[in-house]
Ligand binder design. Structure first.
Ligand code: P6P
Length: 356
């Protein structure tokens, strides 16, 4: 009998054929129904990403793709047409899929039930469809952020109370960065992995596995325009940055882009509480917690304040905001040291005093 065919071991072919779907199954080391469901969910998120990426790359040419809708979301923020398009894309790719029962989005006040799927799925997808939408009309990078949770208890409970649990309950998290290339980064709790969209194939191809955040990086990323609104420890930290060699300020106005830089090069991103938003601006369930999950998987840290890990925080509602300090262990620790000095020396300054 002729020898059985042995495919030539090609690294390039191996990489190019390692699609996101296959990678998820390899991560789970299973072809069982649960693994197939998670693989299919990731594949649907990737399809949503392709649709959003296509819209963004043609936004300037497509009638009515840019600008504002005239609506405000639950956060009181003006909603851009791209926000709504991307939000609806995520709904449409999961409708009639049987994969996800509930959607939680920055753009929707309440939990959105895909009722046709709730008899077969216990998964909830929480997402920020377009993060950094102020960048959309000026062709700068934006992103989508997502987290996946499994419903606890009776799935006829419409209250969503089971979602108000710490970020450790997340099953998976990730983001898509729409930049010069479209990059999909995810973790199932087994390391952080990135894929790059090959438009000629229409597939996300494996780029990096088991990404680790350097323990230190030179970048610090913060909107210094809020300096007058911060409590002293953050002002003291920024003064330290200004007076010591070896630091660079990088801030894009889109959390996903700023976090991706830190994931790859190290450093720290921070969005402290301000006078106007004492609880911070970023949303816990679909911005801070997913990125904190990734940071932890990549050997980094994410805190909301002095020794308060993001992943330990108990949400009190689905759109809860928190301060965020996230990135390299050494750089987060440096910020924390200013917070600890503060907590040791004196009571917090009343927010009314804004002298610089
Ligand atoms: P500011 C975008 O609206 C966002 O939620 C994050 O992507 C970004 O890091 C932050 O807000 C920017 O906020 O106040 O600096 O414009």
């Amino acid at each position: 009998m002729a020898d059985s065919y042995q495919p030539e071991a090609s690294e390039t072919l191996g990489r190019d054929s390692m699609t996101l779907t296959q990678h998820v199954l390899r991560q789970l080391d299973s072809f069982g129904p649960d693994a197939q469901d998670l693989s299919a969910i990731m594949n649907r998120i990737a399809f949503a990403a392709k649709l959003v990426s296509r819209r963004l790359t043609r936004a300037g040419l497509v009638e009515d793709a840019l600008g504002f809708t005239g609506r405000k979301n639950v956060q009181g923020e003006s909603v851009k047409k791209m926000d709504m398009y991307a939000n609806d894309v995520f709904i449409s790719v999961f409708q009639q899929s049987g994969l996800v029962c509930r959607l939680v989005s920055e753009e929707m006040d309440d939990i959105f039930h895909l009722t046709e799927s709730c008899s077969t799925s216990r998964y909830t997808l929480l997402y920020d469809p377009i993060d950094g939408s102020s960048n959309v009309d000026i062709n700068l990078n934006v992103g989508s952020i997502f987290a996946l949770r499994c419903q606890q208890g009776d799935n006829t409970d419409q209250s969503g109370a089971d979602l108000l649990t710490p970020g450790h309950q997340q099953l998976a998290a990730g983001y898509i960065l729409y930049g010069p290339s479209t990059v999909f980064v995810y973790s199932l709790g087994k390391g952080v992995h990135s894929f790059t969209l090959d438009p000629s194939l229409g597939e996300f191809i494996l780029a990096s596995e088991n990404i680790q955040i350097p323990q230190h990086g030179s970048n610090y990323s913060v909107n210094e325009g809020n300096f007058w609104q911060w409590e002293d420890p953050f002002r003291d930290y920024i003064r330290y940055m200004h007076r010591h060699e070896g630091y660079s300020s990088r801030y894009s106005g889109a959390l996903v882009g700023d976090f991706h830089r830190i994931l790859m090069q190290g450093g720290v991103f921070l969005y402290p509480g301000t006078i106007k938003q004492p609880q911070g601006k970023l949303r816990l369930l679909y911005e801070s917690a997913p990125l904190a999950f990734l940071a932890a998987q990549a050997g980094g840290r994410a805190i909301v304040g002095d020794r308060q890990p993001v992943l330990d925080l108990q949400p009190d509602h689905i759109h809860m905001r928190t301060p965020l300090i996230i990135g390299s262990t050494e750089d987060v620790a440096l910020v924390e040291s200013f917070l600890q000095e503060r907590s040791l020396e004196q009571p917090p300054i009343p927010a009314s005093s804004s002298s610089v």
